[in-house]
Ligand binder design. Structure first.
Ligand SMILES: [Zn+2]
Length: 240
């Protein structure tokens, strides 16, 4: 499994772009990075991703999908279909986002041309993304928003992704179900009200010693012993 980080910064990070992770060139986990620049920069055409998996509706995880969708339609005559997975409310969120970004006419046009299919997920739901079995976990992050993390099994690797999360029993379950996990660490020391800090991730690492940790969604430049610190355009081949 090949994992390329297209954005590893927390929402207002001065060091890195916003969240987007590309799996095997075909699956995007979150879409906060400027994808019309970062996909080509990573050597991937706009039409290669087959699925976008959104963890929640904050701008730093989603706004790039507006560029991906219309850019792909305008650049490619026969653009392959695109499937979007996300929390309950994803269809309406995408409609509003595209209306604001490009107007209603372009929203209808791109939706049709991409044969856009949306699957809305709740915590505990199993689904299949680009042929790989996956599962959604409910994460605790923004209290009035549906927030999800995911696990996905591909090439014998069980990869987890926290999205944005603070500590919870569901996050422990997600890590327990993963042999590699990409987890947020927004704060370099203590966790905040809606995000994790280094001490939270250290605790997770102690409780799940057989899981490899890859750290993303960072505000600062701190490091964490025993974990891989992701940075923009880092490519990893799993298993590590
Ligand atoms: Zn968030």
């Amino acid at each position: 499994m090949e994992v390329t980080f297209l954005g590893t910064g927390a929402a207002f990070s001065p060091h890195a772009y916003n969240a987007a992770i590309l799996i095997d060139r075909t699956i995007l986990m979150d879409a906060g990075a400027p994808l019309t620049v970062h996909l080509p920069k990573a050597g991937v055409s706009l039409e290669e991703p087959r699925a976008v998996v959104l963890s929640h509706f904050h701008a730093d995880h989603t706004f790039g999908i507006a560029w991906l969708i219309l850019g792909r339609v305008l650049d490619h005559e026969d653009s392959p279909p695109l499937t979007v997975f996300g929390p309950v409310g994803t269809t309406s969120y995408l409609e509003r986002l595209l209306d604001l970004a490009w107007g209603e006419e372009m929203r209808h046009y791109s939706w049709e041309r991409l044969q856009l299919t949306v699957h809305e997920l709740s915590g505990g739901d199993a689904f299949e993304v680009d042929g790989s079995p996956a599962r959604a976990f409910r994460m605790e992050h923004a209290s009035r928003m549906n927030c999800l993390g995911f696990t996905m099994e591909r090439d014998g690797v069980r990869l987890g992704y926290s999205g944005d999360a603070k500590m919870s029993a569901e996050l422990e379950a997600l890590v327990a179900a993963s042999d590699h996990v990409i987890t947020e660490m927004t704060h370099d020391d203590e966790g905040g009200a809606i995000h994790m800090g280094r001490r939270d991730v250290e605790g997770l690492m102690q409780r799940h010693p057989s899981t490899r940790f890859i750290i993303t969604h960072r505000s600062g430049n701190g490091s964490l012993n025993g974990a891989v610190m992701a940075r923009d355009f880092l490519t990893l081949r799993l298993p590590l």
